[in-house]
Ligand binder design. Sequence first.
Ligand code: DGL
Length: 267
Amino acid sequence: MDRPIGMFDSGFGGLTVARAVIDLLPHEHLVYIGDTGRYPYGPRPQEEVRRFALELGWSLVKEFDVKAVVVACNTASAAALDELKAELPVPVIDVVEPGARALTRATRSGEAGVIGTVGTIGSGAYDRAVTATGAPVHLTSAACPGFVEFVERGQTSGEEVHILAERLLAPVKDAGVDSLLLGCTHYPYLARVIGDVMGPEVTLVSSADETAFVAREELEAAGLLRAPGGAPPQHQFLSSGDISWFADLGRRLLGPELRDAIQWHHD
Ligand code: DGL
């Protein structure tokens, strides 16, 4: 099956999921759209994020003929997963359920935490996803407004982000969690700062790898995996914002596969 896998995020965060998918499924073509022209999604009303998510999902299906859509954004998953699954004619894979499952596996004490955007945390999507696993886990949540903006500026370390992290992570730290889910695809880029603030005894869980495993399972089950041995995969990266910035910072974050970026126009 030579059709590409489609992915989208509000910006650079979904590249953490793209990296995991490229590593786990090295024969697959990928089309990634970063909606940097309209980021951040976190503070926007759910209704608006839902509209953006459906527009992106349909663009991937109609313009790029993708065989599956990976919603590489927690905020969009939390706001629009049901609608995307109901409307799109291809399998839709999200980051929330895989992340919640990975968290329940990681915690030893049952005291676990999740951090995300205001939209994701406010939606209660992680409370529902963790409850749905049936695992005896007590979840403490904290929204981290400002983290995404640091990543989008390419500022992933330093005094300023550290001070913000100390303040925003206080609720999960005070709760004594032993595992913390990075419930926003941008946050793995801040993992050093977050790990430093939380301390070495707290396990950081990222949904990127888990999501890639789910993508492989679903594509395999649907007979949609691309066979090895053909021409090398070709990836396309699109952005609704400044494409030279997207290519430059994106390459630093993802790696050499992101050679250049193409303009994507939203409605
Ligand atoms: N990377 C996104 C997420 O996982 C959203 C960041 C944003 O645009 O606020 O939630």
